[in-house]
Design a protein around this ligand. Sequence first.
Ligand code: KMH
Ligand code: ZN
Length: 252
Amino acid sequence: MQPVMITAAMVGAEVCYEAGASIIHIHVRDAEGNATQDGNLFREVVEGIRARCDVITQVSTGGAIWMSAEERLQSIECRPDMATLTTGTVNFGEGVFMNNRGLVETFARRLREYGIVPEIEIFDVGMLDEAMRLRAMGLITDPVQFDFVMGVPGGLGADAAHLVHMVRCLPPGSTWSVAGIGRHQLTLGTIALAMGGNVRVGFEDNIFYRKGQLAKSNAELVARIAHMAQELDRPVATPAQAREMLRLDRYQ
Ligand code: KMH
Ligand code: ZN
């Protein structure tokens, strides 16, 4: 059975590594607790993680919905292993997560130029077609890593049928994970495990362990999905195995 890569979308890093995460998806906050794309803070976090463990560092270029494109791109200046790339615009609750074609191409070019492997964030099915266009243009290279973010109000519904359809559309050799929002995190994560995919968990997407019970930590959510994986005979990938599966050495 293919090892499962577990991504932790969280705040800290080390405890999730010990619980089985091989990728850390990173957002940062300023001293007041506000979301920011401050490049210095990202550098501090990425360097801090690297000093402690070999987990894959993946910074967000999505930032928050009110941020400008240039502001969002500051996160890649610290040269992380990976960065996210959302390939289209989507309603995001009452707001709009704006990613027009010009922005998406600029982001993809910049990541390519820096030798940073993207994870394509799919918040709606049309974003998959747009990713294929970028691939055809040579702006993203195989093997492509996709993350299906399912259950954002206004975006792609948390429906297993959508997932099956999207996985069937992927180019051969692609890797993929599922980030289920809220109560969908556990169910979609388990479906992804059974389908041979990978899973993202953490407070960015869900803060509950079960209905009415807050999770104690990100590590608790990572440990639960790692346990589910083992029950389904999916070994949990080490960061070294995940680096190989994602071909993170492709630009060296
Ligand atoms: N905060 C969302 C608007 C990413 O990290 O690239 C976008 C997001 C995706 O979280
Ligand atoms: Zn994110």
